[in-house]
Write a protein that binds this ligand. Structure first.
Ligand code: RAM
Length: 342
């Protein structure tokens, strides 16, 4: 017994043991932590920028391998399949932008039981399916701001449609709830949110849905598209339909993708936060959880390099900052920052 104890202590000191769901797995001392950034779907510039932030953090942390993954389309099934594989591979941590906040809970629980640290970011998993949920900004602030931006463009009058991502997306659904609350205020009495359509964060479907909205509502005054894929597709649809200046557009867009449409007036103003910072912060949070620096409880503080201290709040929620508004005065500068990266 004594011998066994000494042997175990020697192994812990030599290489480090990972205790995962009652099982043990040896991890070499120099082996980097495998931290996976699992996004809604591949081929989305927003998430590519996010992955860049992950790589930047991994480089600074030194002991981290940042792995970028996602299904080909934005479905919960695709993400579940990937998580099952990651459990089998025994990665150390997964940060997930969820395609469905509830459907991912069972597989996320399974991963956590296997000793993998799971957090959500951008589009959250419900409580029980993750420790921390890192959001770019308060949902209320994002939702209300989208209505304020379109109201300014439509002179507080007319019908407005929403081109969202998928119907199950946690983040867009929360923001849209706040849009409906904001528009009840008296200053919007001459405005109406007429319909929410779903482009599934696919360029072609978003384009068709935007065209469909303009055809169904001939008097449409504006479109809000709170997704980087959707807002780009909606801009193109407005131009192709010859509705520039008739149908106003706002949303959440990447400066590098929207520069052209901001400068030509199709989308006079839009908002977003920095996806690179989001990926950078997610990686620092995962690393702190995996190495046991924090448990992810409310009040825990994570030192996150150039992002400073990240504080974990109630229900594991951590909020970054306020969204930034882009217009023709600042778009070139921000687009250039993104072009440098890609
Ligand atoms: C798309 C995705 C993402 C969202 C951004 C604004 O890229 O739907 O989840 O945060 O838009």
């Amino acid at each position: 017994m004594k011998k066994l104890l000494i042997l175990m202590m020697a192994m812990v000191l030599a290489g480090g043991f990972v205790f995962a769901g009652g099982q043990q797995e040896a991890k070499g001392a120099d082996e980097p932590l495998k931290l996976v950034l699992l996004v809604k779907s591949l081929g989305n510039g927003f998430f590519e920028a996010y992955a860049d932030g992950g790589k930047e953090a991994a480089k600074e942390l030194g002991n981290v391998e940042s792995i970028y993954m996602g299904p080909s389309t934005s479905t919960a099934e695709g993400q579940i399949e990937i998580i099952e594989t990651l459990i089998a591979q025994r990665v150390d941590g997964i940060a997930i932008s969820a395609n469905d906040r509830d459907a991912l809970i069972p597989v996320a629980k399974k991963a956590m039981k296997a000793g993998i640290k799971v957090i959500s970011f951008d589009s959250g998993i419900s409580l029980g399916g993750r420790t921390v949920d890192l959001v770019p900004s308060e949902s209320e602030l994002i939702g209300r701001q989208q209505v304020q931006l379109i109201a300014e463009l439509c002179n507080y009058k007319g019908e407005v449609g929403i081109v969202s991502a998928t119907s199950q997306a946690t983040n867009q659904n929360l923001w849209i709830e706040w849009m409906f609350k904001e528009i009840e205020k008296p200053e919007y009495k001459n405005m109406k949110l007429v319909e929410v359509v779903y482009g599934d964060d696919a360029a072609d479907k978003s384009y068709r849905e935007a065209v469909g909205l303009m055809q169904k509502y001939p008097k449409l005054a504006g479109i809000i598209s709170p997704t980087t894929i959707g807002v780009l597709a909606s801009a193109k649809a407005i131009e192709d339909e010859g509705k520039q200046g008739v149908v106003q557009l706002t949303g959440l867009g990447l400066p590098s993708e929207m520069q052209h449409y901001i400068e030509n007036g199709t989308c006079v103003q839009m908002a977003l936060w920095n996806p690179i910072d989001l990926g950078y912060s997610s990686t620092f949070i995962l690393e702190a959880l995996v190495t046991g620096k924090v448990e992810g409880k409310p009040g825990d503080v994570i030192k996150a390099g150039r992002m400073g201290d990240i504080v974990i709040g109630e229900d594991g929620l951590s909020v970054m900052g306020a969204p930034f508004v882009f217009n023709k005065d600042n778009i070139a500068k921000f687009a250039a920052m993104f072009y440098e990266l890609f």
